[in-house]
Write a protein that binds this ligand. Structure first.
Ligand code: DX5
Ligand code: ZN
Length: 221
């Protein structure tokens, strides 16, 4: 698939959320990344399923829900019913391979694509054998929990590693990268094999949100 950019609404103006989203959608965004934090798996608290439900009613973009929460299994139904198109759970929140496979099954049964995410300190070898159970692997290029951090260069090799596993098992995998991506470095994860790239502050922190999205996209061609 052609590489896509997923603006992360974490960096949007929450009191102006619909306006901010309309700007990226008008600029061509087809995927919106929604960071769910619970104050337990990560220190911050962000949105609940009601925000996903509100977005679903007002926009047609693919809703890419990134669950940075403990006990993700308990919340899958709520996010699926709210209208998520992709639900990604963190490997570190579950760890057990059988439980992760069950979670993926549960997500897919609800008609939603399933994703597994790894933090920068987690090696790809931890998820190698379960990648086949998922539609998407999300490689964090910052420590999960906060926008506006610096891209961790050592994570680039992990993108290439996941891309190689996907090739080996001939698996049509979405390889997503999240954290610290800007117009200056978006070519790095893209060249390593990412086909879905999240950007928060590089888009919503810009004076012209639409132009920032278009600029990022121009770096991919
Ligand atoms: C971090 C979140 C990211 C965040 C990225 O835990 O998962 O999605 O919004 O923000 P930037 O692009 O500003 O690093
Ligand atoms: Zn995210």
């Amino acid at each position: 698939m052609a590489t896509k950019i997923a603006p992360s609404i974490l960096a949007a103006n929450i009191l102006n959320l619909y306006d901010d989203i309309s700007k990226v959608v008008a600029a061509g965004a087809e995927v919106l990344h929604i960071d769910i934090m619970d104050g337990s798996f990560v220190p911050a608290i962000t949105f609940g399923a009601n925000v996903v439900e509100g977005l679903r009613k007002r926009c047609e973009a693919t809703l890419d829900v990134h669950l940075m929460i403990a006990h993700p299994s308990n919340h899958i139904e709520a996010f699926a019913n709210a209208g998520a198109d992709i639900i990604t759970v963190h490997y570190e929140a579950v760890v057990d391979s059988d439980k992760l496979a069950e979670i993926s099954k549960k997500i897919r049964k609800l008609g939603v694509k399933s994703g597994i995410s790894i933090n920068p300190q987690t090696p790809v070898s931890e998820i190698r054998d379960i990648i086949k159970n998922f539609d998407l692997v999300l490689i964090m290029t910052v420590v999960a929990g906060l926008g506006g951090q610096k891209y961790i260069d050592s994570c680039t090799a992990k993108i290439a590693e996941v891309a190689e596993i996907a090739r080996d098992v001939s698996h049509d995998l979405i390889i997503e990268v999240d954290g610290g991506v800007s117009a200056d470095n978006i070519h790095v994860p893209a060249n390593a094999g990412a086909n879905l790239i999240v950007a928060g502050s590089a888009i919503f922190g810009a004076d012209d949100i639409g132009a920032a999205f278009v600029e990022l996209e121009s770096k991919l061609s």
